[in-house]
Design a protein around this ligand. Sequence first.
Ligand code: DQA
Length: 155
Amino acid sequence: MVRILILHGPNLNLLGTREPAVYGTLTLGNIDHQLSQRAQQLGVSVDTFQTNHEGELLDRIHAARGNFEGILMNAGAFCHTSIALRDAISAVALPVVEVHLSNTAARETFRHHSYVAEVARGVVAGFGPLSYLLGLDGLVEIIRSQSGPGIEYVR
Ligand code: DQA
């Protein structure tokens, strides 16, 4: 079975109460629940992990090699700042899909650049919690089409 690692970066543990006008009112638990339901429909397994610490994100990315086929990641603000995160993704050479709840391109200029996006296979931003589900679909499609003839994306 295809195994996906889902990583949530800093401050995402506060979802539900954190700037609801920007990030909505669903909690991270709600989002993880939706993701595990979608994973079941897709026939893949997911492990989820949230941390506020950059080094822990790096450790999880390193440990993913050999244990997961791909990584779905909302690195939060670290995507705008962390070259180490970019290097870790390049090092493990697993397909990564970056997601953001908000449309970072339509926000402050410091959010316009992402180090993660430079090494990600795809980016989904601006759809709220749906960004994660769309990102999961896309990542699974990337992985499955690597290991055989491409499957068509069917809703
Ligand atoms: C975010 C966007 C980032 O700019 C911000 O720092 C976050 C959340 C998003 O999901 O929209 O923490 O990653």
